[in-house]
Design a binder for this molecule. Structure first.
Ligand code: 26W
Length: 821
């Protein structure tokens, strides 16, 4: 009863100023006259944090009291982006803070820019996790996010002569005001060793794990504030630390240097985020990371979040563990191990509970992106878990043989254990067998999962498979990223859209309102000036706001086809410089790219080199009269996305049909009034259906056409032979025109396209060029273009991650919101 919350902070300008100065003096140990920008930022962040604290404590207290069903979102990545603005928005402090700081002569924007974003994710999957926890908090759904506190996030990308060079992302260097470490609540996570048989007290012979080594998992809590609703959920990220026992044994042997080495070894587990996106490297440390955070999270949930004496038979009524791709799937055998080995349950009881607690989201269609762990590696690191997986598989195969007595081939196809090329655990199969539900992330993707990737499983478990189309948080990606457009929308339809994005449909009639369109255009231009300023200060790059902004931002991957975009640019350049196209008739465009390549993905890094080389050539060539230019700011991240996307006219979503699971950038562009040029892939399908064909530039092969073409035998060189402009573009690259005459530099890209072209860029080239011609024609009529842009916003409400969360709740979790007290 002594738990009355601390006094609510005074929500006035004066009150804020007092709190801020106190933080500066007592938290940072400086006075205002000596405070650096970083001092001011840290003090500011802590002040804002204080205003959210009452809500956080209250949320935790109520959750403990109600014991309502929660979601535990297990994800190896949370790509949060900057926290300050979001915290200000959620707490409704924006105006007070802006005024208070300015009364002290401090510019809020300067402090905002002092924040280093936590880049604890690679791309779509990690950013999706961040959007989802934002939505759950805003919708009053109890949720705890569990993940990894990487000491180094996604690498900092720099360009040296146009080539990507990676630098460590030391995001914690200047202090990290948003986290709350709890070393006292550390939990032990075991690895290695062996399994032994023993006779338990009840006389039964059991098996148990005798680990070889262990580390400590220290939780760091982050606030996840709902939008102006008083709820603050928790994100708990785990950091690895050496155990005392660990070094003690070595210390006792007198080897100090060895003890320190051991410490470093333990702490390596959370040292760095693996920058591979979609090609698993099968690295032992990666499996260590996965088990590390999952084991700590399950233990934390069972021992700390659940009340004392909770009967674990009721676990499925209390929790949903959502598996964000296969990265946390080792949680399944871990829960079995806890129930069977530690709690002494029967196998069948344990399975009956475990198989009701997990659901699995798949985020890919590329076969090479599906994780498999060789059994020798898994067995060395987690011997008991491997046994448990074998036993799960034995039971599963026995079931299958009952169902398909004459189809041993099928049974083997479905085995959780693959035999070739090495014996290995298929994590997606394990998740499908043990999960209550399996979902894809857009309609087409879920369909392809059912029909192709997991077809045998969807026949065996027809009811397990479902779809939840991705979404993005309108708070960060419209309200914060695009204040000018947000102001216009609110003026037109009120501010309810921020938490009910379907309300954007109220803008439909305004597409016909010339004055509204004029203001809409003015805002787009304003946003172009804003990004132009950012690029000028950050890179010294000049862009012309009076051009069409044609933007392609996403990880660099062959299937996403940045090279197709590049072929369009090179083709235009080739036509102008060879005199076949009058530059005066070309729509002025700024082509913007943003993309990081996995450091080991050599072809992707070459493509980055080529984009920069083409950019350099085009930007310097007076023949183009400044009408075409290429910008490729290094180190594309959430922060840059927030200023670049609102400035875009054209959104490039040009993956080969059937390869992009969903895409979420596509949704952010739509909601900020860009038109899409895109293939029939991922969520593009739903975007086009919602906005209508007249307002979307569709091109390219469909997924069934791709399959047909590949089955018949795809020969990219045939397109080169028969399409003159394609040939000229490729020849120009091969000639060394972008590499000072050196023909060798980009030869691998050209020959890959001519002889392999795994993702059919050449097959879609002409269709893409034709679609770009339609873009030019549409852009030539600003009123019509703006009408389409307004309709993209008005019809984009479906892509709120609030809607995604509603779908997860209805189809998978069945967790009702808990209304505020
Ligand atoms: C290294 C192993 C590995 C494998 C797959 C790492 C990361 C992955 C992810 C599944 C890749 C990823 O981020 N997928 C993207 O997920 C987004 C959110 O659902 C989708 O919008 C994208 O289409 C999908 O590529």
């Amino acid at each position: 009863e002594n738990s009355t919350p601390i006094a609510t902070r005074e929500r006035t300008v004066d009150g804020f100023v007092r709190e801020f100065l106190r933080e500066l003096n007592f938290g940072q140990g400086v006075d205002l006259s000596r405070a650096s920008v970083n001092d001011q930022y840290l003090a500011m962040a802590r002040t804002v944090r204080h205003y959210l604290m009452v809500r956080w404590l209250e949320t935790l207290r109520r959750q403990g009291e109600l014991q309502a069903k929660s979601v535990a979102y297990l994800s190896a990545e949370f790509l949060l982006g900057r926290q300050l603005d979001n915290a200000l928005l959620a707490s409704g402090l924006e105006d007070i803070v802006e005024e208070g700081l300015s009364s002290l002569g401090i510019d809020l924007a300067t402090l905002r820019d002092a924040e280093v974003e936590p880049g604890l994710g690679n791309g779509g999957l990690g950013r999706l996790a961040a959007c989802f926890i934002d939505s759950l908090a805003t919708m009053n759904v109890p949720c705890i996010g569990y993940g990894i506190r990487y000491e180094y996030g996604i690498f900092q990308q720099t360009f040296v002569d146009g080539w990507q060079v990676e630098k460590p992302d030391d995001w914690l260097a200047l202090g990290s005001p948003w986290e709350f470490p709890h070393p006292e609540a550390a939990v032990r996570v075991n690895f290695g060793g062996s399994v032994e048989q023993y006779q338990a007290d009840d006389g039964v012979v059991r098996r148990r794990w005798v680990p070889g080594w262990s580390v400590l998992a220290v939780p760091y809590n982050y606030m996840v504030p709902g939008f102006e609703n008083g709820r603050v959920n928790t994100l708990r990220l785990w950091s690895a630390q050496a155990t005392h026992a660990f070094d003690l044994a070595i210390f006792n042997s007198g080897d100090y240097a060895e003890a320190v080495r051991a410490q470093t070894f333990a702490e390596n587990i959370t040292k760095v985020l693996y920058p591979e996106d979609s090609t698993p490297q099968g690295k032992e440390l990666r499996l260590q990371q996965q088990y590390f955070f999952v084991a700590a999270s399950l233990k934390n949930f069972i021992d700390e979040v659940l009340p004392e004496g909770f009967d674990l038979h009721n676990l499925p009524d209390r929790i949903n563990f959502q598996l964000n791709d296969t990265h946390p799937v080792i949680a399944i055998p871990e829960l079995m191990r806890i129930l069977v080995d530690e709690k002494g349950w029967d196998w069948d009881d344990a399975w009956s509970v475990t198989s009701k607690c997990f659901a699995y989201t798949c985020h890919t269609l590329l076969p090479e992106a599906l994780e498999v762990w060789p059994v020798d590696l898994l067995g060395r690191l987690l011997p008991r878990h491997l046994e448990i997986i074998y036993r799960i598989n034995d039971a599963f195969l026995a079931e299958l043989r009952q169902e398909y007595p004459d189809d041993e081939l099928r049974v083997r196809r479905m085995s959780i254990i693959a035999e070739y090329p090495v014996r290995a655990v298929r994590m997606a199969y394990l998740a499908t067998v043990a999960g209550t539900k399996v979902n894809g992330v857009a309609e087409l993707h879920s369909q392809l999962l059912r029909d192709k990737v997991l077809n045998d499983f969807s026949e065996y478990y027809p009811d397990k498979f479902t779809n939840v189309t991705n979404g993005v948080t309108p708070r960060r990606f419209v309200r914060l990223a695009n204040p000018a457009l947000s102001g216009l929308i609110t003026e037109a339809i009120g501010d309810g859209w921020v938490t009910d994005l379907d309300k954007l449909s109220g803008l439909e009639p305004l597409a016909e309102d010339a004055e509204f369109r004029r203001r809409f255009r003015e805002i787009k231009l304003h946003n172009k000036h804003r990004i132009a300023d950012v690029l000028a200060t950050r890179d010294g790059t000049v862009v012309n706001p009076d051009t069409m902004f044609d933007v392609m931002v996403k990880r660099l991957h062959e299937y996403k086809r940045q090279t197709l975009k590049l072929l369009h640019i090179v083709s235009l350049y080739e036509q102008v410089t060879s005199g076949r196209l009058d530059i005066g008739s070309v729509t002025p465009r700024t082509f913007a790219f943003g993309a990081k390549a996995a450091p080991g993905y050599l072809l992707a890094k070459q493509i980055i080199g080529l984009i920069n080389a083409v950019g350099r050539t085009i930007n310097e060539d007076p023949a183009l009269e400044g009408r075409l230019s290429v910008v490729f700011p290094a180190n594309y991240n959430v922060t840059l996305a927030e200023t670049l996307i609102p400035a875009a006219d054209l959104s490039e979503q040009i993956s080969l049909a059937g390869k992009e699971a969903s895409g979420t950038g596509n949704m952010k562009f739509m909601l900020n009034g860009a038109l899409t040029i895109g293939t029939d892939d991922g969520a593009n399908v739903e975007i086009r259906r919602l906005v209508g064909d007249e307002h979307f530039f569709l091109f390219g092969l469909t997924e069934p056409e791709v399959e047909q073409l590949v089955d018949r035998g795809y020969h990219p060189s045939a397109y080169y032979e028969t399409n003159a402009s394609l040939r000229r573009a490729l020849d120009l690259i091969a000639s060394g025109a972008f590499s000072n005459g050196d023909r060798a530099v980009f030869e691998p890209i050209v020959s890959n396209l001519l002889h392999e072209d795994r993702f059919l860029a050449l097959a879609d080239f002409q269709a893409y060029i034709d679609a770009q011609a339609r873009v030019d024609a549409a852009y030539a009529d600003p009123e019509q273009w703006t009408r389409s842009a307004v309709l993209n916003v008005a019809r984009g409400g479906f892509f709120s991650s609030d809607r995604s969360m509603r779908d997860y709740i209805d189809r998978i979790w069945h967790t009702p919101p808990v209304p505020p007290a």
